[in-house]
Write a protein of this length. Structure first.
Length: 80
């Protein structure tokens, strides 16, 4: 009867795992998963901003639209 303790342990392990999954699923269902779009700030007319990207490229934004892109040194010939 050596197999009985292993069988009991396997059953206990299976029940514990099932209970853990049930708790996890219940917790996920309880958390609201809504993703709202943040309201946009109105862009003042005539405002110009320059943004430097991680690649070093500089993007000029005018009135909330891209007005120009200056490629970083060494990236002048890279196509976007």
């Amino acid at each position: 009867m050596r197999g009985r303790p292993r069988r009991k342990a396997r059953i206990l392990h299976r029940i514990t795992g099932t209970a853990a999954i049930a708790v996890l699923l219940a917790a996920m269902a309880a958390v609201p998963a809504s993703a709202r779009v943040a309201p946009e700030d109105p862009v003042p007319v005539g405002e110009t901003t320059t943004v430097t990207l991680i690649t070093g490229d500089r993007v000029v934004v005018r009135d909330g639209r891209v007005a120009g892109v200056r490629m970083a040194q060494g990236r002048e010939h890279v196509r976007s």
